[in-house]
Design a binder for this molecule. Structure first.
Ligand code: SF4
Length: 321
């Protein structure tokens, strides 16, 4: 399989400043040494509770946020080393669909203008062809040509997310980062938008990084899934392995909350004690040890390495060493 995107040693530390002189007293380690790859044409899911660093990761990948350290290789080139001009050229290859379809569309622009905007910014096509492209995109996401001259407030949440998707598709990107694209929508609408994303992925052989806090949302969409906890990847596996043979106690607890009709999956709900610790003061050793039902002495002092235990199945846990 061909690798489209490779993330190496990616870190994002936000300084915590205090006092009149705004001295840095500590850092929030939002993303702490992340390593993973996304293959061309796959849907890679990134899951974890809020604050685990998944959104920060997505934003660093599309360069809406500068990493503190690390590399993001897109088709082998480190996009963090590109100058402004080179970055501008590359930018059209990776697009983002935001969580909130209400906040991410400019209320003063018509739908046609919103979808056309990236084509204008990147100097693509003549004016007439751009209009044709907008019509085509509207149709692709299940909207109508006559919607072009209307404004975002005239649409429902699901329709607005379709508009956001059409805009993201305008430049034929190679990678789409979808950051919780359905979590602001009514449950009844969620599956429609998920189905649309799935259809588009098949139709245009797209690659997605799909970010979600909800394992049930990404179950039908993803090929492989990475689970994050406190800024780190704790487990990564092909979907089937992750759902049927989860290894990390954190993944097991997340999965135990997902309703299932499959007899092979464990039904017993695992309730974790305590809250997610602050990423400014992560626990020593294994960052999950303060909540882990299977904690051992070694977990408190030694950080488990992220290792491959089965074909393509990685985990960071002392239980598998
Ligand atoms: Fe639990 Fe220890 Fe594994 Fe961490 S390393 S997940 S504390 S068993």
């Amino acid at each position: 399989k061909e690798i489209l995107l490779e993330v190496k040693g990616l870190k994002k530390y936000f300084p915590i400043k205090k006092g009149l002189l705004r001295k840095t007293v500590n850092h929030v380690k939002a993303v702490d040494n992340l390593n993973f790859s996304i293959f061309k044409g796959e849907v890679f899911g990134l899951v974890g509770e809020s604050g685990c660093g998944k959104t920060t990761t997505g934003r660093m990948i599309v360069r809406l946020l500068e990493p503190t350290e690390g590399e993001v290789l897109f088709e082998g080139n480190n996009i963090l080393e590109l100058n402004q001009q080179e970055l501008r050229k590359k930018r059209k290859d990776f697009q983002i669909v935001f969580q909130d379809p209400f906040a991410s569309l400019n209320p003063r622009m018509t739908i046609g203008e919103i979808i056309e905007e990236p084509l204008v910014i990147f100097n693509q096509l003549e004016a007439k062809q751009r209009k044709e492209r907008v019509k085509e995109l509207l149709q692709v996401v299940g909207l109508k040509e006559e919607h072009m001259d209307r404004f975002p407030h005239e649409f429902s949440g699901g329709q607005r997310q379709r508009i956001g998707i059409a805009r993201a598709l305008a430049l034929n990107p190679k990678l789409i980062v979808a950051d919780e694209p359905v979590s602001a929508l009514d449950v009844s609408i969620q599956s429609q938008v998920l189905n649309l994303l799935k259809d588009l992925q098949k139709r245009f052989a797209l690659t997605y990084l799909f970010i979600s806090h909800d394992l049930s949302v990404i179950k039908h969409l993803c090929d492989r899934i990475g689970v994050m906890y406190l800024g780190r990847m704790v487990e990564l596996a092909p979907k089937k392995d992750l759902y049927y043979e989860p290894l990390h106690p954190y993944t097991r607890s997340l999965l135990s909350a997902v309703p299932t009709t499959n007899r092979r999956a464990k039904k017993e709900r695992i309730i974790l004690s305590g809250d997610v610790p602050s990423p400014a003061n992560p626990p020593s050793g294994c960052p999950f040890h303060t909540r882990c039902p299977e904690v051992m002495e070694i977990c408190k002092v030694q950080r488990p390495e992220f290792r491959q235990v089965n074909n393509g199945h990685y985990v960071a846990c002392h239980l598998y060493e």
